[in-house]
Design a protein around this ligand. Structure first.
Ligand code: TPP
Ligand code: SF4
Ligand code: MG
Length: 490
């Protein structure tokens, strides 16, 4: 029976593209002659015909098709550049019944996301991928893509791509078809009605494989970008047919659909009790109560920055504080600094504690608690202290009283000297931890939360120095000492 081709807007698209900003709600954003719109239409039509919109997630990439979710009437996920395969893996593993469509350009899939994509293909993840090979970075203005042809002039290969300097164009379909897991691999083009019909069939086949859960299906689509290749749309199609297909021959590279059984993987459990078990650690002594903190300071992000010399235990102090938050069932993040800073300069880490979710783990402004163990860190990070922030510093190394702004507090303790007297300078960070505990107890914690401080600190120290019993014991003692000294000073 002859194929029935439907003209007009497929039902897989929204009636109007309300998410598009501005007054244009009926048209897509693609340039005339661009392949994205044609491929979108084939996918939208297939989704509607298969009746799968309510269980399909379309993953929009970064590239010219970044706003694909404006158009497709199904679930949409917009991922960072190259991260489609990672998101698709999570989606299909967590919800194996859903239909997952990956859609990536040649920059997105064959450059920044190449490894993630190949690994997902190699694992035979249960999703289908439409790979738009237009031999260029379209969105960013025509830089060379891994699939740009030899001799092709681009913004970053102005003399033409040279195999000696830029290597050969990557033949993705050929590479993927060499892997064991993928079920179906085909390269199509969008140049002539006959080619579009073949592309339509390939699109449907890939989606059908996903519906049958038979594993990884891949369709490479040779597509035009007349704007960046500086051609008229008709010449663009000619270029694809005459030049691109020579290097990227069309056809089916692999099809083992008939032989493959559905891929069934264990589904992760999202039962409340299991999730809680994974999230909440037992306190030593088997206290499984999931009580959290009542103190107001945890009702929003408590932003902490710790700075000092590499070797002063800056990172472990942050880690212990983050672990303490975790033991009290708060959300925490810990972001250490690495690299040259660790070798002699200033080291720092950021800790955020919150009852609610944490946005970004970076603390470079509006810091609530700044802890500095050396002078360079004071100079560097004091400007980051927020309006009513608290600065705690080691007065054995920082002699002059820091000039904090009105509303801010500066609290000193000679933690280095105390640790040295205690018998180990390395414990200065634990002394500081105790000092922080005393300061919080005095100004910010409810009596119930304050009563838990020591016990929680001990659990966190034991976790951070697990297996080193002597060090655990020493740090717990130093923490108590810091607490008492600070309490007496406040
Ligand atoms: C992490 C990251 N790196 C770089 C970019 C810049 N960037 C945006 S789109 C793009 C390339 C798009 O090319 P392609 O994937 O081929 O899509 P096309 O626009 O050609 O459809 C790049 C490099 C980015 N957005 N994010
Ligand atoms: S720049 Fe190229 S890929 Fe992007 S919309 Fe225009 S024609 Fe399409
Ligand atoms: Mg491209």
């Amino acid at each position: 029976m002859a194929e029935v081709v439907k003209f007009g807007r497929p039902k897989g698209f929204f009636e109007t593209f309300e998410r598009r900003p501005g007054s244009i709600k009926k048209n897509m954003s693609y340039c005339p002659g661009c392949g994205h719109g044609v491929l979108h239409k084939l996918i939208a039509e297939a989704m509607a015909d298969f009746g799968i919109q309510d269980k399909t997630t379309f993953i929009s990439p970064v590239g010219c098709s970044v706003f694909a979710y404006y158009y497709f009437d199904c679930f949409g996920l917009q991922v960072p550049h190259g991260r489609s395969a990672a998101a698709a893996t999570g989606l299909t593993r967590a919800n194996p019944d859903s239909i997952v469509i990956g859609y990536q350009g040649d920059g997105d899939l064959a450059a920044i996301g190449f490894n993630a994509f190949m690994q997902a293909a190699n694992r035979g993840e249960n999703y289908c991928v439409f790979f738009v090979n237009n031999a260029i970075y379209g969105m960013t203005g025509g830089q060379m893509a891994p699939t740009s042809l030899l001799g092709q002039k681009t913004a970053t290969s102005p003399y033409g791509r040279n195999a000696l300097t830029e290597g050969y164009p990557l033949k993705i379909s050929e590479m993927v078809s060499q892997l064991e897991s993928p079920v179906y691999v085909e390269r199509v083009a969008l140049t002539t009605p006959a080619n579009i019909m073949k592309a339509r069939k390939a699109v449907r086949k890939a989606i059908q494989i996903n519906m049958e859960k038979k594993g990884f299906a891949f369709v490479e689509v040779l597509s035009g970008c007349p704007v960046n290749l500086k051609m008229k749309p008709a010449d663009m199609d000619k270029f694809i047919d005459e030049n691109m297909t020579k290097y990227f021959p069309l056809g089916v590279y692999k099809d083992v659909t008939a032989e493959r059984e559905p891929v069934v993987r264990p589904v992760p459990t999202f039962e409340k009790a299991d999730v809680e078990k994974a999230l909440y650690r037992e306190l030593p002594g088997g206290d499984q109560e999931h009580e959290s903190c009542d103190s107001e300071i945890f009702n929003r992000e408590l932003r902490i920055k710790i700075g000092g010399f590499g070797g002063q235990g800056v990172l472990s102090l942050g880690l212990i504080m983050a672990a303490m938050g975790k033991y009290r069932n708060l959300n925490v993040s810990w972001l250490p600094s690495y690299g040259p800073e660790m070798r002699g300069g200033t080291a720092n880490c950021a800790v955020i504690v919150n009852k609610g979710p944490i946005g970004s783990p970076i603390v470079d402004s509006n810091c609530d608690l700044l802890v500095v163990l050396n002078r360079p860190s004071l100079d560097k990070y004091l400007p980051e202290l927020g309006e009513n922030g608290v600065l705690m510093y080691d007065s054995s190394t920082i002699k002059e009283v820091p000039a904090v702004k009105p509303g801010q507090k500066a609290i000193a303790l000679n933690t280095g000297d105390i640790a040295e007297e205690f018998g180990n300078l390395k414990c200065a960070n634990a002394v500081m931890l105790g000092a922080i505990g005393a300061m919080l107890t005095k100004h910010y914690l409810t009596p119930a939360d304050a009563a838990k401080f020591q016990e929680t600190a001990e659990a966190a120290i034991a976790e951070c120095f697990a297996g080193k019993d002597k060090i655990v014991k020493m740090n717990i003692e130093a923490c108590k000492l810091g607490f008492d000294k600070m309490q007496a000073a406040l």
